[in-house]
Structure formats: C-alpha cells, structure tokens
Design a protein around this ligand. Structure first.
Ligand code: NAP
Length: 245
C-alpha cells in the first residue's frame, strides 16, 4: 500500500478569488490547511481568511517574482508543516485581442504569469515536496480550442501547461509525486469581464453540450480529488471540466 498525505497542507496560487478561492474553501472543508497567494486584492484575501479562520494563511506575492515560491513553501512549513499538495492556479487572459492587435507588453505579461509563474511554482514544489505529494496545474480548454479571435496568446500559454504537466509527471513520478492538470471550459468567474468580455459567458453558452456555464466549485471538487489519495494512481492527466465543450 502506497502512503499518501491525504490531509497535509496545500499551497494554492491565486487563491483570493474565482476558482482558486473555491478550491481553498473545498480543501479546508476536506480537512486540509491552505496557504494561498494573491496579486493585489487584499480585501478579497482578507475576507476569505476571515471566513476560514485558522485553517488558512494568505500571502500577497506575485507568481512572476522568483522569490515567491520559496516564500509560500516557507510560510506553509512554519504555519502547518511541509506542503503535500500544490495547486498552480494563478493566471490571467490579458485583454481579448486578435493577434494583429496584441501588444508585446500584453503577450509578455500573459506568458510571464501563466507559464513562467506556474513553472517557478512547480519547480519549487519539485525541490521541496516528497513521496505521496501531488501537484495540479491550471490549464484551460483554450489549450486545445486555440482561442482564435479572442486570445491565442492565452491559449498558447495553457498549451505549454499541458506539456509541462505530462513532462513533470514523468520526471517526478519516480520520486512519488503525482502531477496532473485541470482544463476548465466556461466557468463563471470575474476573469471574462477583466478581459473586456463581460458578456462572454452568455455569448458562448450555446457551445456547451451540457447547455450551461460551469461553476468554480465544480473545478474545485476535481482539484481536491486530484490532490487526494483517492487519485493515487492518476498522474500525467489533463482533466477537462467543460460540460463537453
Ligand atoms: P479570477 O477570478 O480572475 O482570479 C484570479 C486569481 O489569480 C486571483 O486570486 C488573483 O489575485 C490571482 N492572480 C492573478 N495574477 C496573479 C499573479 N501575477 N500572482 C499571484 N496571483 C495572481 O480568475 P479565475 O477565472 O478563477 O482563473 C483562475 C485560473 O483558472 C487561471 O489560470 C485561468 O486561466 C484558469 N481558467 C479559468 C477559466 C474560467 O472560465 N474562469 C477557464 C479555464 C481556465 P487578485 O485577487 O489579487 O487579483
């Protein structure tokens, strides 16, 4: 019987809002303490900490800062012990844009946040985590659908996440660390309005075979499962959570 750290602490990047916040709540409900990071929205982070009490710690720390991952793991160690779960969730779309109009600054910001930020996060995880631990990376259905007309830059960053997930599963499997990703479809969070597409979920709903938009809680449930011992033989997998789209 392989030993798995089912109730150990978890680090979540981008845990103050949206899918990250739903996952923090679901992890605490499953008995796991959480350290989460966020970029700037202190009010949202403070509200989540107040809601969940001593089971969580928050750190305002940008994922693109190379010092952030070590700070997160150190905080987790001090507050709850060594992290046994990691959810590299923080991400942005950048402004919705055709490729001809996208600025280099916006392209760089998306790649820095989604690809470099996730890479630095899981790199520290690979250094610090041990047998029985698990990581989940945040992909998107955009990685396969391509984001044409909206955000090819964002889709490209998530395609890189899929490649990282498969490679890291092979590299870290012998160390007893599982690595998977989730690929949500249309999920009701503030990310669409932030891209300047406030009506995107209404416009795209007809593309979904299950005929509805997904919730952050539905993504969170899958992440909690992937990080738990119930997924003990699952690694290198990208789980679509997209209502069939
Ligand atoms: P959201 O509601 O906009 O929340 C984003 C979270 O990430 C916030 O906590 C934000 O912190 C944090 N964040 C953003 N940039 C950061 C940075 N540089 N450093 C640290 N934290 C940062 O977004 P969401 O919809 O939950 O998306 C979360 C992830 O799911 C993203 O990777 C996104 O690409 C992916 N995803 C979302 C959907 C969807 O339909 N919603 C579909 C597929 C994939 P602040 O609160 O401080 O801003």
């Amino acid at each position: 019987m392989v030993s798995h750290s089912d109730l150990g602490p978890v680090i979540v990047t981008g845990g103050s809002r949206g899918i990250g916040a739903a996952t923090v709540r679901a992890l605490v409900a499953a008995g796991r303490p959480v350290v989460f990071s966020y970029a700037s929205n202190t009010a949202a982070a403070d509200a989540l900490c107040a809601e969940l009490g001593g089971h969580v710690r928050a750190l305002c720390a940008d994922v693109t800062d190379p010092a952030t991952p070590a700070r997160l793991f150190d905080l987790c160690q001090a507050a709850f012990g060594p992290a046994t779960g990691l959810f590299a969730n923080a991400g942005i779309t950048g402004p919705a844009s055709k490729i001809t109009d996208l600025s280099l600054a916006d392209l760089t910001r998306v790649i820095d946040t989604n690809l470099i930020g996730s890479f630095l996060t899981v790199q520290e995880g690979a250094r610090r985590m041990g047998t029985g631990s698990a990581m989940v990376l945040m992909s998107s259905r955009a990685a396969e659908l391509g984001g044409g007309g909206e955000w090819v830059h964002y889709a490209a960053s998530k395609g890189a996440i899929n490649a990282m997930t498969k490679g890291l599963a092979r590299e870290l499997g012998p160390k007893g660390i599982r690595v998977n990703a989730v690929a949500p479809g249309l999920i009701d969070t503030e990310i669409h309005a932030a891209a300047g597409l406030g009506d995107r979920l209404v416009q795209k709903r007809g593309e979904v075979p299950l005929a509805r938009i997904g919730t952050a809680d539905e993504v969170a449930d899958t992440v909690v499962w992937l990080l738990s011992a119930r997924a003990s033989y699952v690694t290198g997998t990208i789980v679509d959570i997209a209502g069939g789209r």
